[in-house]
Design a binder for this molecule. Structure first.
Ligand SMILES: *Cc1c(COP(=O)(O)O)cnc(C)c1O
Length: 429
């Protein structure tokens, strides 16, 4: 038995499903996970000593690579001075200033401990600001696990959401409307019907939690226009895309100014962080400036702030996003060519350094419905084929892959070579 096997047995005894977050259990690929011992640069190593080129990057945060010397040093130096005081520290001001400078739509920002906290708090704030209860989200977008977001679309347009998890009251989810991504018409119809009751539209400006799905031309612009017209707030959930799609996130990339922005992942440099921010006028409603209550014992804690500041400072250097773009482009073009040579139909959705490979799509992959019509079984075979060859991909067909600054040309060529072999192997299945 491998060490991972042994640990998996123990983990299942003491943790629900053996994990602390569901996707880690590899259920979408019908397997059991490997346990990770350490990581450096683009590589992760499991407890049995196997090495993998990592395209999960902790689900996004590790954009400068694992254990980057500057990030590690910042965390070490900070830890020596004490890890939490429950009082203001210089580092939280520094990270806040970096965020505000990078995101022109963000004038003030509140640090929290996870993306879930950020989106949950942003919606509370939007409801307080507009004095309305209803929110619009999109099918296949993930905004963390707060009750209001765990909603399945009702049947037909403008019907009320139904709980997607036991334990979520339908009294609450009736305020959440879930519509198809990229379907501006559905949004317009809903606003026409009940626009004066809608507090906000929350959207991943590039969807990264149903695999990568790009906004079609006019979708984000349309959301901006219609929310302004009806006095609703537009919330960009940039927990993945912030500092990933560009230094100023998806909003800088597409040139759209949301009212509120949620951040997480990259701004914590691998430590637990979230943040939400926006126009002063709105953010000043947050306690203690205003009446909207939101607090956190460890919010803005020095270790997370130090890792975040170090990471963002690296990203601020000239040429960083060009380098990420070039690496991700080489990788996805190589995979595309390999699939074409093997006669396998795939669609790769990519923006900057985030990408997804969809197998045998029945139609152009642009929303959750089209994602569901891709071949998940083929993905599983691809996943294990790559894994055997030392390439660590997200263990689910509906997750994004991430390229970091630490990925080398050699890593990328090795990955493409593996894809070539795997595509030939699975062609016959
Ligand atoms: C990961 C993610 C979240 C939740 O963040 P956690 O830190 O896991 O709570 C929210 N929104 C988006 C878009 C995410 O990708």
């Amino acid at each position: 038995m491998s060490l991972s096997d042994t640990l998996w047995e123990r983990a299942q005894q003491f943790l629900p499903g053996g994990v602390n977050s569901p996707v880690r259990a590899w259920r979408s690929v019908n397997g059991r996970p490997v346990f990770i011992e350490r990581a450096t640069g683009s590589k992760i190593y499991d407890v049995d000593g196997n090495e993998y080129i990592d395209y999960v990057c902790s689900w996004g945060p590790m954009i400068v690579g694992h254990a980057h010397p500057e990030v590690v040093e910042a965390v070490q130096k900070t830890a020596m001075k004490g890890t939490s005081f429950g009082a203001p520290t210089p580092l939280e001001v520094e990270l806040a200033e970096l965020v505000v400078t990078a995101f022109p739509s963000v004038e003030k920002v509140r640090m929290v401990n996870s993306g879930t906290e950020a989106t949950m708090s942003a919606v509370r704030l939007a409801r307080a600001y507009t004095k309305r209860d209803k929110i619009i989200k999109f099918d296949g977008c993930y905004h963390g696990h707060a009750d209001s977001f765990l909603v399945k679309a009702g049947s037909g347009l403008a019907t009320f959401g139904i709980p997607a998890s036991p334990g979520v009251p339908s009294d609450l989810t009736k305020h959440t409307i879930s519509l198809p991504y990229n379907d501006l018409q559905a949004v317009e119809k809903t606003f026409a019907e009940m626009g004066s009751e809608i507090a906000c539209v929350i959207v991943e400006p590039v969807a990264g939690n149903m695999g990568v799905v790009l906004p079609e031309r006019g979708f984000l612009e349309g959301l901006r226009e219609i929310t302004s017209k009806f006095g609703s707030l537009l919330i960009f959930d940039e927990v993945i895309t912030g500092f990933r799609v560009s230094f100023g996130g998806a909003q800088a990339f597409y040139g759209i100014c949301p009212d509120l922005t949620c951040l997480g992942k990259v701004i914590g440099g691998g430590l637990p962080v979230g943040a939400y921010g926006g126009k002063k006028e709105i953010m000043n409603l947050v306690s203690p400036e205003g009446g909207v209550y939101q607090a956190g014992t460890l919010s803005g804690n020095p270790l997370a702030m130090a890792a975040g500041v170090a990471t963002v400072k690296i990203l601020k250097r000239p040429g960083v996003y060009e380098e990420l773009e070039q690496k991700a482009l080489t990788l996805t073009e190589g995979i595309k060519q390999a699939a074409q040579d093997a006669g396998i139909k795939i669609q790769i959705n990519r923006i900057a350094s985030m990408f997804s490979v969809f197998f045998e799509p029945e139609e152009f992959v642009k929303d959750y419905a089209s994602v569901l019509k891709t071949n998940a079984k083929m993905f599983i075979n691809y996943f294990y084929g790559m894994f055997k060859r030392g390439i660590y991909l997200a263990p689910s067909p509906f997750e994004a892959g991430f390229v970091s600054l630490a990925h080398t040309e050699q890593d990328i060529q090795k990955t493409i070579k593996a894809a070539k072999e795997v595509f030939k192997e699975i062609k016959g299945d």
